[in-house]
Write a protein that binds this ligand. Sequence first.
Ligand SMILES: Cc1ncc(COP(=O)(O)O)c(C=O)c1O
Length: 371
Amino acid sequence: MLQLKDLKRLDELFQTMEKANDSFLGYPFAKGFDYEPLWRFLKFTGNNAGDPFDSGSYRVNSHGFECEVVEFFAQLFRAPSDDWWGYITNGGTEGNIYGLYLGRELYPDAVIYFSREAHYSVNKAVRMLRLEHCVVSSQPSGEISYEDLAQQAARGRHRPAVVVANIGTTMKEAKDDAAKIRAVLHDVGISDVYLHCDAALCGPYAPFLDPKPAFDFADGADFITLSGHKFLGAPMPCGVVLSRKHNVQRVVRTIDYIDSLDATLTGSRNAYTPIILWYVTRSLGVQGIKRTFLECERLASYAADEFNARGIDAWRNPHALTIVFPPVREETKSEWQLATSDVSHLIVMPGVTKSRIDELIEAMTNRKVQM
Ligand SMILES: Cc1ncc(COP(=O)(O)O)c(C=O)c1O
């Protein structure tokens, strides 16, 4: 039993988190979801260790639901029907490390290319895996520079290429074009190519954009990672990875201890997040995800117009839910938890309301007038 003072601390923490949740606008996390029907699962030490598609000796798991979620995204991303595999990760960073690990096992001698707008986890992955890499410049929109990629790749044309395409860069939500990347590499004479698509943010809704960005398996991806705790609204970090199955077979080992196949990055794995992602995908379905995206996009368009009408130079990439503007002052950054580097941004995720956006714009413009 907790002492009264500790119960009070829990209450205080809850209130602090609730207040912070209400005000943040600068990170791609949804709000206002309700998973009460799933709370009862917290009674168990759920553990999805092992390959979700294989049986194992520990059965307090949600492997069946995990497989259904992976299959949902395999279909959405046009994976070849007889050559896909995937699992639910702990988030986008694990997805990037895992995807680059598969790339390295396929082409140990490859050079890894990614743009300077890639998430910091890509840089971490190449350092961890000791991969020779090359940072490619980007266009002002945040999309990779295909000219610079061509120049850099021409220098490494005698070696295989592993390329990380951003399907929604962290700061500007720019989308690299998988088909153009493949064409650039083909033109410089590289035929051994592994294309890793980091679709952490846009993965769930990119298939519904018009025009659809080139990022899925039919467009030439070998690997796709997305986050579950961003647009999809899982209340804790998680993600989904999908790969061509033959690339995974290279790393699989049989493990007696779990009586299963070991193909995932971590051993013990969360059994709760697959249930949450199953709940989301089953309750929303393809149409629900599309509808939710369109609602967010309407609000993102409103926000960009409103910023500009109030004299703040804001813009967004086509169909992006991220509105980019000049770096805000420290006070505003802290109050609204706005991610800031050379630019600041607001991200309209499900649950973000017009009134909160109006309050932010009001706060920014009033302060501007005072300056
Ligand atoms: C494009 C991109 N990739 C990967 C990640 C890493 O995701 P996580 O924080 O879930 O590890 C992020 C996080 O913001 C991201 O924006």
